[in-house]
Design a protein around this ligand. Structure first.
Ligand code: FES
Ligand code: FES
Length: 185
């Protein structure tokens, strides 16, 4: 083999790698370059609810939840690093006609205007409520510190998260009461 042939052989290595991303309980196979950001890999599945606002970990529009309770800015992670993790995006929270309490609360409390930041706000709030079921307003503000909103002034977002937290706490109390009475509460 000549030197030229050897060079051609080494430069023809396929730079992509096949990954399987588990998003909202469904597996998506994709050929990605190792440098491809998770945010873009998610959007390339057709799930466009994960927004990209800054590409540099500043805005929080791209937050998704890993393994049920960990919020991650998906522009700070490579798609190949997400293999084997459970990814939840805003599409996995609820559906039209069956909104998640957070989605309903953002609607009720006018917690959005243009909506660009909303998927990230919802996903960060969702992760927070897995750990803190009864946060103070200040704790909500601190947890959402990495999520920027240009429109709302944040007050209605905090109100919305508090409404959802209350609904989820009430649901839990009702479930426990039902379990204790065999469903006759
Ligand atoms: S797009 Fe990820 S933080 Fe802004
Ligand atoms: S609602 Fe417009 S950026 Fe938050």
């Amino acid at each position: 083999m000549t030197t030229a042939e050897r060079e051609t052989e080494t430069t023809e290595v396929d730079p992509t790698r096949r990954v399987t991303l588990k998003i909202n309980g469904k597996a998506y196979k994709q050929d990605v370059e190792p440098r491809k950001l998770l945010a873009y890999a998610i959007r390339d599945t057709g799930l466009k609810g994960t927004h990209v606002g800054c590409d540099s970990s500043a805005c929080g529009c791209c937050v998704v939840v890993l393994d049920g309770d960990t919020p991650v800015k998906s522009c700070t992670m490579f798609a190949v690093q997400a293999e084997g993790r459970e990814i939840t995006t805003v599409e996995g929270l609820g559906q039209t006609g069956a909104l998640h309490p957070l989605q309903q609360a953002f609607w009720d409390q006018h917690g959005l205007q243009c909506g660009y930041c909303t998927p990230g706000m919802l996903m960060t709030s969702y992760a927070m409520l897995q750990h803190h079921s009864d946060p103070t307003d200040q704790e909500v503000r601190e947890f959402l510190g990495g999520n920027l909103c240009r429109c709302t002034g944040y007050n209605n977002i905090v109100k919305a998260v508090q409404q959802a937290a209350q609904v989820l706490r009430d649901d839990k109390v009702n479930q426990l009461a039902n379990a204790a009475t065999g469903g006759n509460a």
